[in-house]
Design a protein around this ligand. Structure first.
Ligand SMILES: Nc1nc2c(c(=O)[nH]1)N[C@@H](CNc1ccc(C(=O)N[C@@H](CCC(=O)N[C@@H](CCC(=O)N[C@@H](CCC(=O)O)C(=O)O)C(=O)O)C(=O)O)cc1)CN2
Ligand code: MET
Ligand SMILES: [Zn+2]
Length: 774
């Protein structure tokens, strides 16, 4: 298996850019707050890039063999590609100079909006918890090479003595992930603009070649997804056209990387296009059995999981490379995806159990694994046998460790029956709930969280450091709850929440309170822009040692005669936003989490909480990219939600909440959840989702959001009224709830209070209008 071209033996598709202590997040937020200027932010970013290169060499990548990707971004790699080709919507035209360029402040304005000017829409990146910004492209978008960042970063590295590999989202994926601009005619698709886009990519490649780049990486993960609204034949033809054009000119060698699943029928198209190297995700995707005309094309086996933290089965990874070696002599090794989904370094986790640590590999350890496998590709299995054996031993230790299998949890699973998944008929429940709750027409509520203020976070940080006692911390959170309850009563909401101040994160908080999970101190991963999460590690069988939320909810209910909604995160979302064990099917793990939630809900009900919301914002996100995998996913995901929620009495009202649009795609699954009330994001898309609700005949309670919480903008009473009227025209009166799009944790208090007041005033207007005979 010798590598006959100069593609590096081992590489990664991308590296975390937020910084091991979130230096980039802090610098970017300081820039937004006006505490540092653009020059200082640039300096911090350059320092991070420089540290990354040095670290990657230290971990075993080559300094001058193009194995280090230039994969930095200030905010998002899709936005970067859009900015590079000059695809900035016309509402930002004043930010664009005569040369088509936009400065750093302008770049952030496109990402985050400003005043009444909406930012680019944000949506999930494939089946991950990373969000990208959706470019808007229309018939009149003018493409031009409008940024030298990628070139400058390559030159910056070169000046430091590195030969790196510039990396950018490829042209087909850029267009497939874009949406038509507002001025585009019906039926227009961004992909229609491919031919005009290609010369810009060609120009960029020529410049990179001129500067001395030997390889460039084009990320074309959209080619693996079947969830994109363009038919496959058109996508394949676009791919053929794009790479025929890009291979024709002056350019570095081209590495097309496709992460998150198999390329399937796009692989032969790429092979025939003459690109020099193709990256395959061999963790999620499967090994191609036979590929024609491979010639000298390098197949880069993504055998090290870039999306999970397990050290895993290194020998099996090497086996896959050997299997790839039966197709071609030109095999290299890589991560299956960019490592941007992983925390930096497991050696930063001094508080984790060392035994658990021995089973883990964060980004830095993955790089070392890749360096090992690359060594094996040249030296043969014997050269790395001891490393393979060590990983095999660690895996065996993990599978046999106490807690990985818990007899009681297994017994409970074995005893499940159909009846555990079903509630009484909806009509009977509705009647019982209306009688028990006595809510007005158009009941108003919020999605759960209120602003997570600096004070709340600082109090928690002091509690974690031991500077506050548990009692002091609890009292501070209770004081916050009292404020939030008073505020909701004053504003006039009908169903109150406690505001979730005690939660660092809606998933991590539950992980900290369940057995089977571990949490990290420094394991930050970028979710979008400067926002990060610390995904928990679900390593063993899950159980609930004690009630988690009951005291908080009961305390809140004691403060008000209005119904307080208990607030839990659902099994699918807990899995989606954690690093999950890979030694059993996800459905099995989801059922264990569901049992824990079922017990929690029973305790809430017994303590007098009449409404419980179980959030499932990640239901859409985990939907498999390949249609063939979707039915079984929908089966276990819906099943786990029902298992969690079906144990309650008819008069107990179960809510669920989903955000991130595309409801058309999961509406059938939402119906099957059988929640009494479902709140969904709708304000951002001007309530268009009600058409999906109407045409699907969804007949349970539904709260399409009337307030877009992603922006600080306060919606006016007129605006909310209009959204409510639009909803009422499609959804029967008795079904409709009034709520924001999502939780308020990222918002400030001022705009939150003003917005909620407007929501209530609009609701009262509509109530009066409906009650007044025409
Ligand atoms: N896991 C997850 N995924 C999700 C969401 C979500 O809520 N959770 N929501 C959607 C959107 N994604 C989001 C992801 C992150 C955040 C977010 O607000 N993250 C916070 C961190 C939240 C957190 O973990 N907070 C901790 C730690 C906060 C912190 O940084 N503390 C300071 C100290 C306190 C201070 O001085 O401010 C520190 O450690 O340095 C806490 O509250 O305890 C951030 O990046 O700023 C929001 C939305 C989709 N995916
Ligand atoms: C991302 S969905 C968020 C739901 C959660 N209950 C909140 O209000 O923050
Ligand atoms: Zn939400």
């Amino acid at each position: 298996m010798t590598n006959q071209t100069s593609f590096p033996a081992g590489t990664i598709l991308g590296y975390p850019r937020i910084g091991r202590r979130r230096e980039l997040k802090k610098a970017v937020e300081a820039f937004w707050a006006g505490r540092i200027d653009a020059a200082e932010l640039e300096t911090t970013a350059a320092g991070l890039r420089s540290a990354t290169r040095a670290r990657l060499v230290e971990l075993g990548l080559g300094q001058s063999d193009s194995s280090i990707p230039e994969s930095f971004s200030f905010y998002d790699q899709v936005l970067d590609a859009a900015v590079t080709v000059g695809a900035i919507p016309t509402r930002f035209a004043d930010l664009v100079g005569d040369d088509g360029r936009i400065d750093l402040a302008g770049y952030f304005t496109v990402a985050r909006g400003e005043g009444a000017r909406a930012p680019l829409e944000m949506t999930k990146w494939f089946d991950t918890n990373y969000h990208y910004l959706v470019p808007e492209i229309g018939p009149s978008t003018v493409f031009s090479l409008a940024s030298d960042r990628l070139l400058d970063e390559f030159l910056e590295a070169k000046a430091e003595g590195y030969l790196t590999r510039p990396s950018i989202v490829g042209p087909v994926t850029l267009l497939l992930l874009s949406k038509p601009s507002d001025d585009a005619p019906e039926g227009f698709r961004p992909l229609d603009r491919l031919e005009e886009l290609l010369p810009v990519y060609a120009e960029l490649l020529a410049k990179l070649a001129d500067a001395g780049a030997e390889w460039v990486q084009l990320d074309e993960s959209a080619l693996v997804s079947e969830s994109i609204d363009v038919d496959r034949a058109t996508t394949l033809e676009a791919t053929r056209l794009a790479y025929a054009a890009l291979t024709a000119g002056e350019r570095p060698s081209i590495f097309v990387a496709a992460a998150y699943n198999s390329l399937d029928d796009a692989l032969p198209v790429l092979v025939d296009s003459g690109v020099e190297a193709i990256g395959l995700d061999l963790v999620r995707g499967s090994l191609p059995t036979h590929v024609e005309h491979l010639g000298e094309t390098v197949l880069v086996g993504g055998v090290v999981d870039g999306h999970n933290i397990w050290r895993g089965d290194l020998a099996a990874a090497y086996d896959k490379l050997e299997a790839l070696g039966t197709l071609t002599f030109n095999v290299s090794v890589s991560s299956s995806t960019s490592l941007q989904h992983l925390p930096h370094d497991v050696t930063d986790e001094s508080k984790l159990d060392p035994r658990l640590v021995s089973w883990l590999a964060f980004a830095d350890q993955k790089v070392q694994q890749i360096a090992t496998l690359a060594h094996g590709l040249s030296g043969g299995r014997v050269a790395i046998q001891s490393e393979l054996d060590a990983a095999t031993d660690a895996l065996a230790d993990r599978l046999a460790a106490p807690g990985v299998r818990d007899g009681d949890v297994r017994l409970r699973e074995a005893a499940l029956t159909e009846g555990d998944f079903a509630r009484a008929a909806y009509a009977d429940r509705l009647e019982a709930q209306e009688a028990a709750l006595g809510l007005p027409f158009l009941p108003t509520t919020t999605i759960g969280s209120f602003p997570q203020t600096g004070d709340i976070r600082r109090a928690r940080a002091r509690f974690v450091k031991g500077e506050l006692s548990a009692e002091e911390y609890t009292e501070l959170m209770r004081a916050e709850i009292r404020r939030v309850v008073e505020l909701q009563e004053e504003i006039g909401l009908d169903v109150l929440v406690h505001g979730e101040p005690e939660r660092n994160d809606m998933v991590q908080y539950f992980a900290e309170n369940l057995d089977g999970f571990a949490v990290t101190e420094n394991g930050w991963v970028q979710s979008y822009g400067s926002r990060c999460t610390r995904p928990s590690i679900l390593w063993g069988d899950v159980s609930r040692p004690a009630p988690i939320t009951v005291d908080w909810s009961v305390y809140t209910q004691s403060l008000t005669p209005k119904p307080v909604k208990g607030m839990l995160t659902g099994p699918v979302t807990i899995l989606a936003w954690s690093f999950v064990r890979d030694d059993q099917p996800l459905g099995e793990t989801a059922r264990q989490v569901a049992f824990a939630l079922r017990d929690e809900i029973a305790d809430l009900e017994a303590a007098g909480i009449g409404i419980v919301q179980v959030d499932e914002p990640a239901l859409r996100e985990l939907l498999p990219l390949k249609q063939r995998d979707q039915p079984s996913y929908l089966d276990w995901s819906v099943g786990s939600f029902k298992l969690a929620t079906a144990g309650v009495r008819s008069e107990t009202q179960i809510h669920t909440h989903l955000c991130y649009s595309e409801f058309g795609v999961v509406i059938d699954a939402i119906r099957e959840l059988d929640a009494d009330v479902t709140s969904i994001e709708a304000a951002r898309s001007r309530m268009d989702v009600v058409h999906d609700i109407e045409s699907s005949g969804f007949d349970h309670g539904v709260g399409p959001g009337v307030y877009d919480i992603h922006s600080p903008r306060v919606p006016s009473v007129d605006e909310v009224t209009e959204l409510l009227e639009k909803a009422l025209s499609a959804v029967p009166e008795r079904q409709l709830w009034v709520n924001p799009d999502c939780g308020l944790k990222t918002r400030g208090y001022d705009e939150t209070v003003e917005s909620l007041k407007n929501v209530i005033e609009a609701t009262n207007r509509v109530r009066t209008r409906v009650a007044t005979p025409a």
